[in-house]
Design a binder for this molecule. Structure first.
Ligand code: ZN
Length: 218
C-alpha cells in the first residue's frame, strides 16, 4: 500500500546513499545500546502547531531541533524565540522552501545565507545545522555547509506525518518500531500536520520515555 510504502522508502531507500555522502549526518554516533534519539521538525514556525509541539515536548521533558523556513521565522519571530528559549535547537531549512534541484547555485546560496542571518538575528546564537527541503541536497549546498560550518542533517526515521493518508497511530507505530540509538526522526511543524503531529508526538514520547529513551536537541 502506498500509505506504507512512502515512509519505508524515505526511511530505508536512502541508506545506500549514506556511504557516498559522509559529510551529511544520517544518524548520531552514540554508544551501543544508549537509548538516545533526536527529534526534528521541518517547515515551521507556524501559528496553530508550533506552540502545541512545544507544549508536548515540555510535558515529556524532551528536546528537539526545528529546521525553520526563513520566511516563516521572519513572520513569527516570537515563536522562534520561544522554541530557542525552551532549549530547542534551530536549523536552516532555506528561506522559501524551494526544490534545490531546480535552483541556480547563486539563488540557493542566497536562500541559505538569508535564512541563517534571519535566524541568528532572532535567537542571538549561531546556527549550526541545515536540512535540504524535500531531502534534495546539491553540491552547492554541501560546499555552502562546509564553508559556513553548518552540518547538513538528514535522517534515518521518516514516518510520513505529512501524508494525507497517515494517521497519528501509523506515525507513532512507525517511529516506535524504527527508532534506534542515535536515530534522527523527521516530523513536520507544518499546518498540513497540525491535527496529526502533536497527537502522534505525545504518543511517541509517552511510549519511548517509558522505555527509558531521552531526546536531546542536536
Ligand atoms: Zn520541508
Amino acid at each position: 500500500m502506498l500509505r506504507d510504502a512512502v515512509p519505508y522508502l524515505a526511511t530505508h531507500g536512502l541508506r545506500p546513499l549514506q556511504r557516498f555522502f559522509p559529510d551529511m549526518l544520517w544518524r548520531m554516533d552514540v554508544p551501543d545500546g544508549d537509548r538516545v534519539a533526536y527529534l526534528t521538525f521541518d517547515d515551521g514556525p507556524h501559528e496553530g502547531i508550533t506552540g502545541r509541539l512545544l507544549d508536548v515536548l515540555e510535558k515529556h521533558d524532551a528536546g528537539a531541533t526545528f529546521f525553520l523556513v526563513g520566511a516563516n521565522a521572519k513572520k513569527h519571530p516570537q515563536l522562534v524565540r520561544d522554541l530557542s528559549a525552551a532549549g530547542h535547537a534551530v536549523g536552516n531549512h532555506t528561506f522559501t522552501h524551494p526544490d534545490a534541484w531546480t535552483l541556480s547555485g547563486r539563488d540557493l546560496t542566497t536562500e541559505l545565507d538569508r535564512t541563517t542571518q534571519t535566524l541568528e538575528q532572532i535567537i542571538g546564537r549561531r546556527v549550526r545545522v541545515m536540512r535540504p527541503p524535500y531531502g534534495h541536497p546539491t553540491g552547492t549546498m554541501r560546499r555552502w555547509c562546509d564553508a559556513r560550518r553548518q552540518r547538513m542533517v538528514m535522517w534515518d526515521v521518516m514516518p510520513g506525518d505529512y501524508l494525507r493518508t497517515a494517521t497519528h497511530r501509523d506515525v507513532e507505530h512507525f517511529v516506535v518500531r524504527h527508532t534506534q540509538p542515535g536515530s534522527i526522526i523527521v516530523l513536520h511543524d507544518n499546518p498540513i500536520c497540525q491535527e496529526l503531529t502533536p497527537t502522534a508526538l505525545d504518543d511517541i514520547l509517552s511510549n519511548l520515555t517509558a522505555e527509558g529513551w531521552s531526546f536531546p536537541a542536536l
